[in-house]
Design a binder for this molecule. Structure first.
Ligand code: SAM
Length: 280
């Protein structure tokens, strides 16, 4: 298997005169072992169509191509999106198995193939919105492994009652079961980021309800965690007009109005949404 090492990544970057952009979260993996490990943890097989967001210089893309039937890669940076098929053709005998889309992942509404697995070293500043967008938009994605900032990984996989539990944990739980999948050393990146990274895996599950319920539930989650130290009756007062209106809704849902959002499981947020008015 021909993968990219540190020297090749630096050569490619020099040839492109690429100065890694902080705002695009351009920290490239220079250790091919970590790419192989991520693909293995994701359980990618030759039946899979893998979706990669932010392929960058292609380290993870090459590892994915070796295991998946095909790879759809979405890259926002035009220079990287243009270079990737050239790099892949030099290192892999079936470059036709790669499709590159030069776009912001948040703007992607359709893909040329229906992806089954998401494998990505996500751009850190947009990792949660990108993950939620993909889970919402591409129901064929049944599983995945993503690398994100350690703190974000803890939030995505957070459980009720912990300080990590918040909007990313509950919203991701609507779509999937999310689990911690290991830490990644800063030394595998160029340039080395000034934060730690972790892997999280997810497995899609049946959603607790339809799109109407989801939108109502997500609005309640946003309200509950906007002021996470407040009791629910007060945190949800602006959503429902007053704290007594919020208290009534919470009581109808069988939820103690003096609890805080961080105490509630997804099912409790759904129970509130089920009795709450639609008009907000
Ligand atoms: N996958 C490569 C690796 O592991 O070496 C690069 C990962 S780097 C952390 C993030 C990549 O995402 C960069 O290539 C960056 O240009 C790209 N990117 C940043 N924002 C993006 C967005 N909104 N949509 C798609 N790609 C994006």
């Amino acid at each position: 298997m021909s993968l990219l090492g540190a020297a090749q990544i630096r050569e490619l970057a020099a040839a492109l005169d690429l100065k890694p952009s902080k705002s695009l979260g351009q920290n490239f993996v220079i250790d091919s072992n970590i790419c192989t490990k991520i693909v293995r943890i994701a359980g990618v097989t030759k039946d899979d169509i893998a979706l990669e967001i932010g392929p960058g210089l292609g380290s993870l893309t090459l590892a994915l191509l070796h295991s998946a039937a095909s790879v759809v890669a979405v890259e926002i940076d035009h220079r990287l999106a243009t270079q990737l098929p050239i790099t892949v053709a030099q290192h892999y005998e079936h470059p036709e198995n790669l499709m590159v889309i030069n776009s912001d992942a948040l703007a992607v509404m359709e893909l040329p193939l229906q992806p089954t697995v998401l494998v990505a070293n996500l751009p850190y500043n947009v990792s949660v919105p990108v993950l939620l967008h993909l889970l919402e938009r591409f129901p064929t994605l049944r599983t995945g492994v993503v690398m994100v900032q350690a703190e974000v990984a803890d939030r995505l996989a957070g459980s009720p009652g912990t300080k990590e539990y918040g909007i990313p944990s509950v919203k991701a739980a609507w779509w999937a079961e999310v689990k911690a999948a290991g830490s990644v050393s800063r030394s595998v990146f160029w340039p080395a980021p000034n934060v730690d990274s972790k892997l999280v895996s997810f497995t899609r599950r049946a959603t607790p309800g339809d799109e109407v319920l989801r939108k109502k539930t997500f609005a309640i989650i946003d309200g509950a965690f906007a002021q996470r130290r407040k009791m629910l009756r007060s945190a949800l007062s602006s959503l429902y007009g007053s704290s007594s209106a919020a208290q009534g809704i919470l009581q109808r849902a069988g939820i103690d109005p003096t609890l805080r959002g961080e105490a509630l499981e997804m099912s409790s947020f759904c129970a509130i949404a089920a009795v709450a008015p639609d008009n907000f």
